[in-house]
Design a protein around this ligand. Structure first.
Ligand SMILES: Cc1cc2nc3c(=O)[nH]c(=O)nc-3n(C[C@H](O)[C@H](O)[C@H](O)COP(=O)(O)O)c2cc1C
Length: 204
């Protein structure tokens, strides 16, 4: 892994691909990470990287994710001396767009209150709010209906982040109701909308 090389954002958008950083957290919907990444890679002109929480790793196999995958250990292994890169800062520089899918209740709460105790939450805490950040909540219906959830989602929107709302269905735990992550197709369509608003990126 070479974060300095792979994280370069120095070239103007017209001469390079559009950099999408996918954040993934410990919701069962992280099962869909391989599908989400493969669908994103079908979009011309995109370069994709993933930042994962430790809990999210439980739900997918890294070999099914064909892009660079960053996690907490990378942040600390890379930095040994003053001149070494700080990964969460390099990643926020590299990314043109951040998509947090799924965003679980735990990380939602952290982001809403500014906690940054892992690589993903550090990237978000340091996020350049002139760049788009979309988030896809995913949690059990009981968690979703707790009043703290709406407060925290509203806080993220107040930061300028865009919600891709969850949907109602029979959840993996057997409960029926709101809380399931938006369909991958819906998420990919939203990414395409963002790209169409950034028409200057390289299309091949
Ligand atoms: C099988 C399983 C499925 C889970 N699914 C969800 C979920 O869909 N949404 C959620 O908010 N938490 C879910 N959790 C709980 C989170 O994994 C837990 O809060 C964890 O601490 C999240 O860590 P992270 O935010 O650092 O990824 C699940 C836990 C387990 C064991």
């Amino acid at each position: 892994m070479e974060p300095q090389a792979s994280c370069s954002a120095a070239a103007p958008l017209t001469e390079r691909k559009f950099h999408v950083l996918v954040g993934v957290t410990g919701s069962v919907a992280a099962l869909k990470l391989p599908l989400l990444v493969s669908r994103l890679l079908e979009i011309p002109g995109l370069e994709v990287a993933v930042v994962t929480t430790e809990r999210a790793k439980h739900f997918y196999s890294p070999q099914d994710v064909p892009v660079t995958l960053y996690s907490d250990a990378d942040e600390w292994e890379i930095w040994k001396h003053r001149s070494d890169p700080v990964l969460h800062i390099d990643l926020r520089r590299w990314a043109d767009f951040m998509l947090v899918a799924p965003l679980d209740a735990n990380t939602l709460g952290k982001v809403a209150s500014g906690i940054c105790d892992n690589l993903l939450t550090c990237v978000i805490r340091a996020w350049d709010r002139s760049k788009p950040l979309f988030f896809c909540p995913a949690m059990n219906t009981a968690m979703w209906e707790h009043p703290i959830t709406a407060q925290q989602v509203d806080q993220l929107k107040a930061f300028g982040y865009v919600e891709i709302p969850c949907v109602a269905k029979k959840l993996v735990c057997g409960d029926q109701g709101l809380g399931a992550m938006a369909e991958v197709g819906t998420i990919v369509d939203k990414v395409k909308e963002v790209l169409s608003q950034h028409g200057g990126f390289q299309q091949n």
